[in-house]
Design a protein around this ligand. Structure first.
Ligand code: ATP
Ligand code: MG
Length: 318
């Protein structure tokens, strides 16, 4: 049994399918659902957490069907929504206690033990008696995780867990999430942070207009792409580029190319500039990233597609 499973999961709003025939199998891992604004991430999570009823298809969490056994689903999972807020009129302890009561943990001693435990995991013990009004953004997010964990869920849903946090807080949130995965928990997370997804998610899926375009480990997905060569130059694009080298974009005086065997291609690209009297200030090669995979899958959006003539003219005008 997979912790999360969907078959043809679909949601239609006002005649438009915003999630289309989604097939997912997620188990004992950190799974990242990526996609632009409005692609259907939150709707997917809302269906999996029984907040929104699917229009068609099926979904289950820990074997419990989301429509036929919503109580079973709620018993197995916790959800930290995108826009959840702690109650700033309460202390950290009181906020967690509120959730413990909501989750129906009636035994006082057990409740106390669980609250102490989750506050400790989230490194909030020392500040548990403070009003959460005084907490930083990162501490509040950790408190929200503590609230979700007091339920001891098998599956944890997190909608954009690091939005609005500084670099250190982001890192610590991901470290806590990674620790939870280590206890056997399944974590389903949505994010816009490609670098974080690449680093911390075991697998990711890329959603565009409700359709899952790409799925796999970040390494699998990036291995399908070529290297990226970046050249800083004020010269125009060489008329003759080496075979297999494709210009991708011009960005702040940088020409970006995609090329197999980046290191070899770099030399060939520099030769091509020199052969036509061009000047290159610096150049570098990097492997493809998840962001490259994402951009290729999602496409340029509102921006115009890459136009080589325009690219050449821009270079000429500089
Ligand atoms: N209750 C609703 N009624 C009608 N349309 C809705 C409703 N909820 C969501 N939608 C639409 O469904 C689509 C998907 O929305 P959703 O919130 O799932 O996207 P998202 O991927 O979470 O976006 P974001 O990255 O901005 O959080 C959007 O076009 C949205 O306007
Ligand atoms: Mg959303």
């Amino acid at each position: 049994m997979n912790a999360i499973e969907t078959n043809g999961l679909t949601k239609v709003y006002e005649g438009t399918a915003v999630v289309k025939a989604l097939d997912l199998k997620v188990n004992g891992e950190i799974y990242g659902l990526l996609g632009p604004n409005g692609s259907g991430k939150t709707t997917t999570v809302n269906m999996l957490t029984t907040l929104v009823r699917p229009s068609s298809g099926t979904a289950s969490v820990c074997g419990h069907d989301v429509t036929k056994d919503s109580a079973g689903v709620r018993q197995s999972m916790s959800y930290v929504p995108q826009d959840m807020a702690v109650d700033i009129r309460l202390t950290g302890w009181e906020n967690v206690e509120l959730f413990a009561k909501l989750y129906g943990i009636r035994d006082k001693a057990e409740r106390r033990e669980r609250i102490e435990y989750v506050l400790d995991i989230m490194n909030l013990t020392e500040r548990a008696g403070d009003m959460t009004k005084k907490y930083s953004g990162g501490m509040r997010r950790r408190l929200e995780l503590a609230q979700a964990l007091v339920h001891r869920p098998d599956v944890l849903f997190l909608d954009e867990p690091t939005v609005g946090l500084d670099v250190t807080s982001r890192r610590s949130i991901w470290e806590y999430i990674t620790k939870l995965r280590g206890t056997g928990m399944t974590i389903f997370v949505t994010t816009h942070q490609m670098d974080e997804a690449e680093r911390y998610c075991d697998r990711v899926g890329i959603l565009k207009k409700g359709v899952l375009l790409n799925e796999g480990t970040p390494a699998e997905l990036t291995s399908d792409l070529e290297d990226v060569v970046i050249v800083r130059t004020d010269s125009e694009l060489p008329q003759k580029l080496p075979d297999g080298v494709v210009p991708v974009k011009l960005e702040n005086g940088e020409a970006v190319f995609s090329a197999a065997d980046g290191a070899d291609s770099l030399d060939a690209i520099l030769d091509a500039y020199r052969a036509e009297g061009g000047k290159v200030f610096s150049a570098s090669v990097r492997g493809p990233t998840l962001e490259d995979v994402y951009m290729q899958a999602i496409g340029p959006g509102e921006e115009a597609p890459f136009d080589e003539d325009r690219f050449r003219n821009m270079m000429r005008r500089r």
